[in-house]
Design a binder for this molecule. Structure first.
Ligand SMILES: [Zn+2]
Length: 66
């Protein structure tokens, strides 16, 4: 990808939907992940990268306490 293309993408901020975990609106400049699963509207579920990391940590801790 050339620098010119990257700048174009970075300058255009669009709402990409709500975070799966915290339900806040996300924009394409956020660090996010997309899931294979889809929501009721048929759109791919997405989440903040940080929220997913936190969720993974919670799951790991739950396992430890089993
Ligand atoms: Zn989030």
């Amino acid at each position: 990808m050339s620098k010119k293309t990257w700048k174009k993408i970075r300058d255009r901020i669009t709402n990409i939907g709500k975070c799966r975990y915290c339900s806040k609106d996300m924009v394409n400049t956020d660090s996010f992940v997309a899931f294979l699963s889809t929501d009721k509207n048929g759109a791919k579920e997405k989440a903040h990268h940080d929220c997913m990391k936190k969720d993974d940590q919670v799951r790991a801790e739950e396992k430890t306490y089993e």
